[in-house]
Design a protein around this ligand. Structure first.
Ligand SMILES: Cc1cc2nc3c(=O)[nH]c(=O)nc-3n(C[C@H](O)[C@H](O)[C@H](O)COP(=O)(O)O)c2cc1C
Ligand SMILES: O=C(O)C(=O)c1ccccc1
Length: 380
């Protein structure tokens, strides 16, 4: 329910998927595609495919391994993993699970700068290469399906491990950082049961979760000028997630931003928002953005609605350089843990590989940004 649901009437969610139906591939024949190459270079690092694992927090709702499962899957398959601030495991534990894998850290921007600095330094020390700042979730969207149960993970003490393991945040509450894993179940139903039974640790977990929610949900006052603080305090690539308008994409160029993720959060925030694929098309029509991408000044990534290999081809043709896979890996994990996540990733890449060849291409470079040559938009 929590994962599948989107904001409002699910209109944006449906439109995200429908947009992929509307753009169609026009395959070419008799091209020698016996050798195909999915390699993709982002921020100077070569990856075996253009697929990234999207940051999805609160994994503790779903599985015991929580965020360790996608972190391990990413390492095993060489797929970059993006860790959420709403994780049910600490930055350090997730980094350990990802080992010598490649990882980025996704920041929900805390209201206090001392907490921001603490998290950035932990992420740096734990080997996260880039910082992704999610801008579309300064508060959670209106999600009617979660109302009957008044469901919000942080309020149930789930997904707050980055906060409760943070020395600066906890010091403000007069507390030592704790490794919640040893004290509380990650499962929210079990947490509810213990809470109602009056369990002291469960009650404390809910208290801490509520404090962390306040810290992370108070970021609405942030402005473009505040990016300077992040820019000054993070020396790796800085990526903004949740960009949907041409104006915002262009603004990034004046604020030291290295990359954008065109995304509407899988339709979970603004019901009635533009489908993410159309947002990408409009953004890539901006001559400023196109020139910045061509010169390597701005990297463009995409998510919201990627389900298959052909979807990836369409997003790349419309100008994205890589994509984030969201709900599909989450569902694979719910069904079969780390193995399930690996299956979904493997299948997605195999589908991409086959479709690439069948469409008449041998590498992704040949189609990236070339929508006018082999995509058509049809009425449905
Ligand atoms: C259950 C759930 C939790 C999510 N948590 C986060 C998060 O913590 N941080 C974030 O930036 N995005 C989060 N997202 C959004 C994803 O990163 C991604 O943008 C979205 O899932 C893309 O849509 P799709 O899965 O429908 O393709 C979450 C999405 C879901 C479904
Ligand atoms: O549910 C979400 O989409 C999400 O991004 C989130 C944000 C904060 C806490 C838990 C989930």
């Amino acid at each position: 329910m929590y994962a599948g649901g989107s904001a409002g009437t699910n209109s944006t969610y449906r439109a995200n998927l429908r947009a992929f139906e509307k753009f169609r591939i026009v395959p070419r024949m008799l091209v020698n595609a016996t050798v195909r190459n999915l390699e993709t270079t982002i921020f100077g690092v070569k990856h075996s495919s253009p697929v990234f694992i999207a940051p999805i927090g609160v994994q503790g709702i779903f599985t015991a391994e929580a965020e360790l499962a996608p972190a391990r899957a990413g390492k095993n398959l060489g797929v970059p993993f993006i860790m959420s601030t709403a994780s049910s495991r600490s930055i350090e534990d997730v980094a350990e699970a990802n080992g010598d894998g490649y990882r980025w850290y996704q920041l929900y921007w805390p209201a206090s700068n001392d907490v921001v600095l603490s998290i950035l330094s932990r992420a740096k020390a734990s080997g996260f290469s880039a910082l992704v700042v999610t801008l579309d979730t300064m508060l959670l969207g209106w999600r009617p399906h979660d109302l009957p149960s008044s469901y919000i993970p942080f309020g149930h003490g789930v997904g707050v491990q980055v906060g409760v393991s943070d020395p600066v945040f906890m010091a403000r509450l007069g507390r030592e950082p704790v490794n919640q894993r040893t004290k509380f179940p990650y499962d929210s139903a079990e947490m509810d049961r213990l809470y109602v039974a009056g369990d002291k640790d469960a009650r404390d977990g809910v208290f801490l979760g509520t404090e962390w929610l306040k810290e992370c949900n108070s970021g609405l006052f942030r402005s473009w000028e505040d990016l300077k603080f992040l820019r000054d305090n993070w020396d790796g690539p800085l990526v903004l997630k949740g960009i949907q308008s041409v104006q915002d994409a262009e603004k990034c160029l004046d604020h030291g931003v290295d990359g954008i993720i065109v995304s509407n959060h899988g339709g979970r925030q603004v019901d009635g928002a533009i489908p993410s694929l159309y947002a990408l098309q409009r953004i890539m029509r901006s001559p400023k953005v196109k020139a910045a991408q061509a010169s390597g000044k701005l990297t463009v990534l995409f998510d919201s609605g990627i389900r298959t290999g052909p979807d990836i081809i369409k997003a790349l043709a419309l100008g994205a350089q890589a994509v984030l896979l969201g709900r599909p890996w989450l569902y694979g994990g719910v069904v079969a843990g780390q193995d399930g996540i690996e299956q979904v990733l493997r299948h997605t890449m195999a589908d991409l590989d086959a479709t690439l060849g069948l469409s008449g291409f041998t590498s992704l470079n040949e189609l990236q940004g070339k929508a006018e040559d082999f995509l058509v938009e049809i009425d449905l």
